[in-house]
Design a protein around this ligand. Structure first.
Ligand code: GEK
Length: 246
């Protein structure tokens, strides 16, 4: 369920002093607009996460949305699982995101009773009795050194047959393809109303904050953590979503 309640993202429209990108009040205020105009396929990915949750949820088990932001995936899963016996743990370490997510949940009332919201670092989240774990564009913000431990902790907390749905910005070994897709991605952002200045300032702000990896790196990490099956189920340019099955 995609909300369109936040304001227009114009954070990088004027020249700004270079600083690292952070999920603060300013970003939370424009986040819905930002992610919809910046991630090709975001709406489809979120809707399909709901379908994956519907398909793989096991009665009485938990669903985790790690790095939930304003709850795009959380509310979609909640919608598609109405009437089923589930609980959903939505985690984000950004206080600004969690405050707004909590307001949205309160507004929706009893319909969202299954959603438990936590403001915490996913490096500390205990995963247990899980049938579905969602990392929708979150792993890319974790230091590379912490990623294997998280994927292994998710594997350990999943029930047999449980799944991890993980979406990420990706890189390609082939330099030509890499340049081509980044170029096309910038054109896509322009077609969604971002100026060249906005695109380049955002790219610089994200440089040391969002570290993308290749599909092969994800495949290897998931396999060495114990997952039986892995495949990309969605890709548009340098954005992909992957399914891993325990
Ligand atoms: C969606 N999944 O709309 N612990 C907890 N949260 C974190 C951490 C961490 N270590 N690192 C980053 N985050 C969402 C979109 S946005 C993706 C996810 C993007 C959180 C961070 O605070 C932010 O809210 C989210 O991960 C990433 O389906 O902006 O490209």
């Amino acid at each position: 369920m995609i909300n369109r309640n936040t304001s227009k993202d114009d954070l990088f429209a004027k020249r700004v002093a270079p600083s690292d990108f952070a999920f603060d009040e300013k970003v939370a205020n424009v986040f819905d607009d930002m992610i919809l105009r910046s991630v090709p396929g975001y709406k489809t990915i979120v809707e399909m996460i709901g379908v994956f949750a519907w398909r793989y949820h096991q009665p009485g088990s938990k669903i985790y949305d790690l790095g939930c932001s304003l709850g795009g995936a959380t509310f979609e899963v909640n919608k598609q699982l109405q009437g089923k016996d589930f609980s959903l743990v939505a985690v984000d370490k950004s206080r600004a995101m969690i405050e707004r997510l909590t307001q949205r949940k309160i507004k929706l009332g009893a319909y969202t009773d299954a959603i438990n919201i936590r403001c915490e670092d996913i490096s500390e989240t205990k995963v247990e009795n899980a049938s579905v774990v969602i990392l929708n564009f979150t792993l890319q913000f974790l230091p590379i050194a912490f990623r294997k431990e998280l994927i292994t902790r998710i594997y350990d907390g999943l029930l047999p047959g449980g799944v991890l749905v993980m979406s990420e910005k990706i890189v390609f070994r082939d330099e030509n393809l890499n340049h081509l897709f980044i170029d096309m991605y910038h054109k896509y952002k322009e077609s969604n109303g971002y100026s060249k200045l906005e695109i380049s300032q955002k790219r610089i702000a994200l440089e040391d904050v969002l570290i993308p990896e290749s599909i092969d790196t994800h495949r290897n990490r998931v396999a060495t953590s114990g997952f039986k099956s892995f495949n990309v189920w969605f890709q548009c340019l340098n954005f992909a979503s992957m399914l891993s099955i325990k």
